[in-house]
Write a protein that binds this ligand. Sequence first.
Ligand code: KIV
Length: 272
Amino acid sequence: MSAATKDLKRITTHILMEMKKKGEKISMLTGYDFSMAKIIDDAGIDIILVGDSASNVMAGHETTLPITLDQMIYHAQGVVRAVSRALVVVDLPFGSYQANPEKALESAIRIMKESGAHAVKLEGGEEVQESIIRILASGIPVMGHLGLMPQSIYKYGTYTVRAKEEEEAEKLTKDAELLQKLGCFALVLEKIPADLATKVSQSLTIPVIGIGAGGGCDGQVLVSHDLLGLTKDFHPRFLRRYSDLYTIIKEAVEHYIRDVKSADFPNEHEKY
Ligand code: KIV
């Protein structure tokens, strides 16, 4: 955390804009529950995203599509209770905003009212602009998400790098400009070529947070389970693992099992 932001009580969308202006990189991680969010917030993260990747890493689904609005709100409530500094952004899950702007607004209002989160995120550009306009008009900050959009996995058929071809890169650039014009406070760019992400980041005044989009973005986001090594069979090139919690936790549990089986636990001091 830099000297500029460490004393601030609470990260706001305004502060994120200031960070971009100053060239201070923005850190963002996913969080889905009270205990992990408390650690991540205490460490000084700027944004906690209650991502719909909860569908994968918390519920074990293959895609992000099955998670419901009620489940997202449940995850967000735990995170919000834990956090005292980070901005908490919650993903609008698949099916909660695509049908029409009214439904999108209702979903966003439920998230804000029932969880106490500070902003919502949704996937898409031009196709969802009416929903974005409606949500923003009610005073709810919106973060955009372009590039690889996991809620559209059955349209793409693969989780490979997006916008490598000129046509898709042009659409992404236009969508990014549109999201800024509509009033989104920030934008996630997922798994696109680094040069394109750098260009978009430099041309926008709102912060651009990358995942698998290179170092030219204004900030970075990772799924906390991936960064901590809780997931062990996911090895995309963009992922840097900072720990191997899978092994650490497994070894601790194996140790506990050995101690129980050998009657070493509990000992004389570990009882009443
Ligand atoms: O749901 C999620 O975790 C996300 C990040 C990958 C940006 O949207």
